[in-house]
Design a protein around this ligand. Sequence first.
Ligand code: FMN
Length: 235
Amino acid sequence: MDFFELINKRRSVRKFKDTKVPESVMRKCLKASVLAANSSNLQPWEFYWVRDPKKKETVVKACFSQNAAKGAKELVIAVSKIDTWKRNRNLIIEEHKKKNRFIPLVDKYYNKLIPFAYYHDFLGISGLIKRFIFLFVNIYGYFKPVIRGPIYKHELFETVSKTTALACQNFMMALVAEGFDSCPMEGFDEKRIKKMLKLNWQSHVVMIFGIGEAASNGVYSERFRVDDSLVIKEI
Ligand SMILES: Cc1cc2nc3c(=O)[nH]c(=O)nc-3n(C[C@H](O)[C@H](O)[C@H](O)COP(=O)(O)O)c2cc1C
């Protein structure tokens, strides 16, 4: 399929046929999702393919039994994390060392800048300290472009969730390329999902996907987008 055809073909599908989604398709699409561009290559995501029938039931209920979840043949939960940076950073450094690419710039980036950006604590005290440091950075910023964040925990969550959303898009596009469909959902009770997945406060449930093959009435209406002139600007 031509790439632009694929983009046009992807729709949010809320009713699915009985067709099973082959395991190989699920694995291929999940693998495609983690190839997404991501901030500092820290890959701060987790994708939970819900296979256990009891857990599926819990997810459907947590999604308020909306059609996109109830009739889905498969369910996948995309989670962003602010606590995996250290593990992944170490793996990145290891890889650079193995390939003899651990140059001083990489050392400085992953051992100084990233810990400063990603370090956080439950109470948000590190955020207040960073806010104080950034007061001086901002003065410097009057004269030169400077990095101005992330400072607070919620800004860090923005960074990791932004990145995870890109992986989500890859996932949806990959499903279309394989002849299947999905509906991304943010209509769910996050607390219940986190409880089921035993996720801590350093995790955020970004989206849940209902997946299957579109039924003939699976797309509810013709696609509508506001006029390009409202959202695409040439400056
Ligand atoms: C982050 C996100 C959350 C969404 N949540 C829901 C949802 O809870 N239930 C639902 O039926 N559709 C949900 N959608 C689907 C949107 O309604 C849909 O993408 C939008 O109407 C555009 O239609 P299209 O995807 O067919 O182009 C969500 C989409 C995104 C990206």
